[in-house]
Design a protein around this ligand. Structure first.
Ligand SMILES: [Zn+2]
Length: 313
């Protein structure tokens, strides 16, 4: 019987990798059937147990977020992505917690610094600035928020890990990506997303864990949205579709804290990438949320037209 164990994770050098054991614990607690599921994937598809942290002071664009390595058949996570994701988790939760505070409040200032550092990592690596909060050296005033961020970060990273395991479980890594048509690649990404949401975000848990888990899912889709100005991608589903699909599984009720967190993420995307959205003045949260999604879909249609016209020019 092969070992299902994912605990052979090696620590990296960047501060977020200090939470490596927490990540593994969250992964193993994804679902009561996770151990059996992992054993099946390892036995049937040859997934190598353990998670490899890809070390190195590399920008996210170069090193990527996560994958199943073609040669070793092991899940890999880049430590720059973990730094990006932790700072994005901090930023989104801190902005969410201080929604009604003035923009120059100390927590919102830190949220902005964490966001700026996260976004800088996309194209250029830089050491974690002292001014930006981190999971290791918390100050007393910030400790409660940092502990909350650590937990939410683990669920956000768990989506990424489960997505990669999902690719293997769905038999995707058998075919070379170079010979697959785009629609097929995107469909496989959809399947891996769905596998991840269903295997890590739906088992019965306490209300507190449910809230943390939903926040983690909301952070994950927001962090992925933030990576690109465009909403249409060559091998992934449209960003707004990914958000909608996630929420359908993890928070189907029309009003929830995590939907508000996603709105916060969309607002940051709008400002950072300079893509103005229509925020309708409705008196129901549901209508505002739907209005923003409709506005996002208009941008997506523009992106699709630009993508096609660039190809046929
Ligand atoms: Zn994928």
């Amino acid at each position: 019987m092969p070992d299902y164990d994912f605990r052979t994770l090696q620590k990296g050098d960047q501060l977020a990798t200090v939470l490596g054991n927490n990540l593994v614990h969250t992964l193993e607690a994804s679902d009561p059937a996770f151990v059996q599921t992992a054993r099946d994937v390892i036995t049937r598809f040859g997934l190598k147990p353990g998670i490899e942290i890809v070390k190195g002071k590399q920008p996210l664009r170069k090193v990527g977020a996560a994958c199943v390595h073609d040669g070793t058949h092991q899940v890999q996570l880049s430590e720059t992505f973990l730094s990006y994701l932790w700072c994005m988790s901090y930023s989104l939760l801190a902005f969410y917690d201080t929604l009604l505070s003035s923009d120059d409040s100390p927590v919102r200032t830190k949220a902005r610094q964490a966001f700026d550092y996260a976004m800088s990592l996309v194209s250029a690596y830089a050491e974690w600035p002292d001014a930006v909060p981190n999971p290791v050296f918390g100050v007393a005033a910030d400790q409660t928020l940092v502990e909350k961020v650590n937990a939410v970060f683990c669920y956000a990273a768990n989506f990424v890990l489960l997505h990669e395991i999902g690719h293997v479980a769905c038999g995707h890594t058998q075919v070379s990506a170079a010979v697959q048509p785009r629609w097929q690649l995107i469909d496989e990404e959809r399947q891996a997303d769905r596998w991840a949401w269903e295997h890590g975000f739906t088992s019965p848990v306490t209300n507190q864990i449910q809230l943390t888990r939903q926040f983690g899912g909301a952070v994950a889709v927001s962090a992925l949205l933030m990576l690109n100005k465009a909403l249409v991608h060559s091998r992934h589903p449209d960003s707004d579709e990914r958000i909608k699909n996630a929420l359908t599984v993890i928070a189907p009720e029309p009003v929830s804290h995590c939907r508000l967190l996603v709105l916060q993420g969309v607002r940051l995307w709008e400002q950072y990438h300079g893509r103005p959205l229509e925020w309708i003045a409705a008196n129901s949260f549901e209508a505002i949320f739907e209005g923003v999604l409709t506005s996002l879909s208009k941008h997506r249609e523009t992106d699709e037209i630009l993508r096609i016209s660039a190809r046929i020019r």
